[in-house]
Write a protein that binds this ligand. Structure first.
Ligand SMILES: *Cc1c(COP(=O)(O)O)cnc(C)c1O
Length: 403
């Protein structure tokens, strides 16, 4: 299996497994698709860096002309470190302290407020001197994985669209300058119709906000994880949203920017987790393939029941057999059960696909294991962008006391 004409197996041999490998050509392809689909409107892409926040990846996106979507002050600092300008960064925190929002104001980034209480504090503190965006919750549910939907009625995210009267009271009393409206309904909304429904609700609310500069539709693009998966048809979404947005701007009286914050869509398919097979273990019920990785490196299968395709890149011609691929963590950590793989031998390298998003960023040191190294393949060359950890990383910040 190759990316940009480089063999993934050779990359694993060179840098050592377990290893995350990312392909900038794939990221570029996704970016281009998104831009072409929204060519008719003033589109701004704010890369949701929580999906994959290695500085070299951030620099790549910065050079491609995107902004960044950050959910913590540390992500804001990372984005600034990577070279994003403050005005290109949107800070969309949830349930953080007001102090953290003030820090972000100090740094000059776009502020997105997620609750009435924070908006009141924001208004008391800044009045109309610092603009802010308001995150709304339209209570949409759009199929897909219920664990990653954040727009439903029980969700903690955003200010409910049922509270708009209260919202206006707070804004008017404090003379708050609202320059954007934001909605992000979750990471797995598949139908363009759901997007459009959400958009119509927001347009209806937006007409009562005279100072808007942008409307941010968040993300929620559904990505295919295996053959036959339903994915968001970006071209179709682009066509429908372009028409709806242009109509809205016409009635609003001014052209606004349309923002999106894709994470998974841009990087999921660009990433592979390469792992080595430690043991092939026959039990009365099945054949387990035990690898030098697990939920400490890729938690999505256990956390979200996510399906990640697995390929034996060391034996592509081998006869296909059924295996369950499991990790070395002392927990149930199944990476894939009952998978058809080319015959697996101890020492083989397996590639776990769609590992670019929420892979490394969710990795931990559980079981005192090291987190994997990361490699970025760019312009036909493989670059190490994060070293393998060592015992020093495990011991860092521990204070040893004599007891
Ligand atoms: C997580 C998140 C995103 C990105 O979601 P993806 O499904 O990875 O595209 C965008 N915006 C906000 C506010 C988020 O929290």
């Amino acid at each position: 299996m190759n990316i940009q004409n480089l063999s993934l197996e050779a990359i694993a041999q060179q840098f050592g497994a377990p290893l995350y490998v990312y392909d900038t050509a794939k990221m570029q392809e996704k970016l281009t698709l998104l831009r072409e689909s929204f060519a008719g409107v003033p589109l701004k892409i704010k890369y949701a860096m929580k999906a994959l926040n290695n500085i070299s990846v951030l620099r790549f996106f910065k050079n491609q002309g995107t902004g960044a979507d950050c959910v913590s002050i540390q992500e804001v600092q990372l984005a600034l470190h990577a070279g994003f300008l403050p005005q290109e960064i949107i800070f969309t925190p949830n349930c953080v302290s007001f102090g953290e929002i003030q820090e972000a104001v100090q740094l000059g980034v776009v502020i997105n407020i997620d609750s009435i209480s924070m908006l009141e504090q924001f208004g008391h503190t800044y009045g109309s001197s610092v603009p802010c965006c308001v995150r709304l919750n339209p209570h949409l549910v759009g199929g897909g994985n219920s664990k990653i939907q954040v727009g439903h009625i029980d969700s903690k995210f955003g200010i409910s669209v049922l509270q708009t009267r209260h919202l206006h009271r707070v804004i008017q009393t404090n003379k708050i300058h609202v320059n954007g409206l934001h909605v992000h309904t979750g990471s797995d909304i598949l139908q363009p119709e759901v997007f459009l429904q959400g958009a119509e609700i927001i347009f209806d609310i937006a007409k009562d906000f005279p100072d808007l500069q942008f409307i941010d539709f968040g993300s929620g693009f559904k990505v295919g994880y295996k053959e036959g998966d339903v994915t968001t048809d970006i071209a179709e979404l682009g066509k429908k949203m372009t028409t709806a947005f242009q109509e809205f701007c016409q009635s609003y009286g001014r052209e606004l920017e349309i923002w999106f914050e894709p994470g998974k869509f841009l990087v999921s398919e660009a990433g592979y987790l390469l792992v080595r097979v430690n043991v092939v273990k026959q039990t009365p019920a099945s054949v387990f393939v035990g690898v030098d990785s697990g939920l400490n490196h890729l938690i999505r299968p256990m956390l979200y029941d996510a399906y990640h395709e697995i390929v034996n890149i060391s034996n592509p011609e081998g006869a296909q057999r059924i295996y369950s691929v499991v990790g070395y963590i002392c927990e149930t950590d199944t990476l894939g059960s009952d998978r058809k793989l080319n015959e697996v031998r101890e020492g083989d390298i397996l590639a776990i696909k769609n590992a670019g998003a929420y892979g490394f960023t969710m990795a931990s040191q559980y079981n005192a294991r090291f987190r994997p190294a990361e490699v970025l393949v760019h312009a036909g060359k493989a670059h190490l962008i994060r070293k393998h950890e060592t015992m020093e990383d495990i011991l860092r910040n521990q204070v040893e006391v004599q007891i």
